[in-house]
Design a protein. Structure first.
Length: 286
């Protein structure tokens, strides 16, 4: 059995650094007086290596936008503006065009504007045309999330009995690829871009108590971030590709759920089921 730590990613150590820095939310909320905005930054991790291996670069930009815009959605903000940072050892014009076209498509899907960015050639830091991407998103708050609730009053807000509603992912999204590369041949790892959830969240914002973007740390690393100390229990079944991956990984269920999204890229906390295509109840707050 190969664990995520064995593959080179120490989630526990990373969490200690985040705690040291004092960050706990998916983005930073800034009060501008007449409105609040949320700022978020992210990348796409070692999924870039799979894109390099498969020589496919037209979707990796969508991943970049998705990782940032989905984060600001978890703060109740509608994505507004996006900037990118693209660094490479040697500029490959065709590859660069594909990457940037993906970023633009991601912005279109998220409903935000690509307002600028930076392209840097850094020979010696990156080998040949190898590259890295970072993204920066600003969203405007419509309804601040998560809504405040009291742990003592478990019948109020997201108290006992609130539902955990999973919205399907398009695949492994942009997390866990260091482990995926140990489990599956590179040619078999999917590059389906990360799903963007702007419409699903914004159309239902009045009924949402909290939402967790299932990124690094999987289900168990993200759901607790929005529950304010409340406990929860998952009750769902993996199917299809995910069930096969779980079997092949030889991981315990808890570790698997603490690495991957397991088929659900966004988990909403709500008092009732919501009219979101494909969404289903995958657990409850206790």
């Amino acid at each position: 059995m190969i664990t995520y730590k064995d593959s080179g990613v120490d989630v526990e150590l990373a969490n200690k650094l985040v705690q040291h820095l004092g960050f706990k939310d998916y983005g930073a909320t800034i009060d501008l007086g007449d409105k609040q905005v949320v700022l978020s930054t992210d990348g796409v991790g070692t999924k870039l290596l799979v894109a390099e291996h498969q020589n496919k670069f037209d979707t990796i930009g969508i991943d970049l936008v998705a990782m940032c815009t989905n984060d600001v959605l978890c703060q109740g903000a509608r994505p507004h503006s996006f900037l990118d940072y693209y660094a490479t050892g040697k500029l490959d014009l065709e590859k660069s065009k594909q990457i940037l076209s993906g970023i633009q498509k991601g912005c279109d899907l998220a409903g935000c504007k690509l307002v600028g960015g930076e392209t840097a050639e850094m020979p010696g830091v990156y080998e040949d045309t190898k590259f890295d991407l970072a993204g920066f998103c600003m969203g405007v708050v419509k309804q601040k999330l998560p809504r405040k609730w009291s742990v003592k009053d478990r019948q109020s807000q997201a108290g006992r009995g609130s539902l955990l509603i999973g919205i399907p992912s398009s695949g492994p999204h942009s997390n866990g690829f260091s482990l995926l590369r140990k489990i599956l041949p590179m040619d078999e790892i999917p590059l389906e871009p990360t799903r963007i959830y702007t419409n699903e969240i914004m159309d239902n914002i009045d009924d949402i108590q909290a939402c967790a973007h299932i990124t690094g740390g999987g289900l168990h690393g993200n759901i607790p971030r929005v529950l304010g100390g409340l406990n929860y229990k998952l009750d769902y079944g993996m199917f299809g590709w995910w069930n096969d991956l779980y079997r092949d990984s030889k991981l315990s269920l808890h570790e698997f759920e603490s690495t991957f999204n397991c088929g659900y890229g966004m988990v909403i906390v709500a008092k009732k089921e919501l009219d979101i295509p494909g969404a289903r109840v995958i657990g409850k707050v206790e």
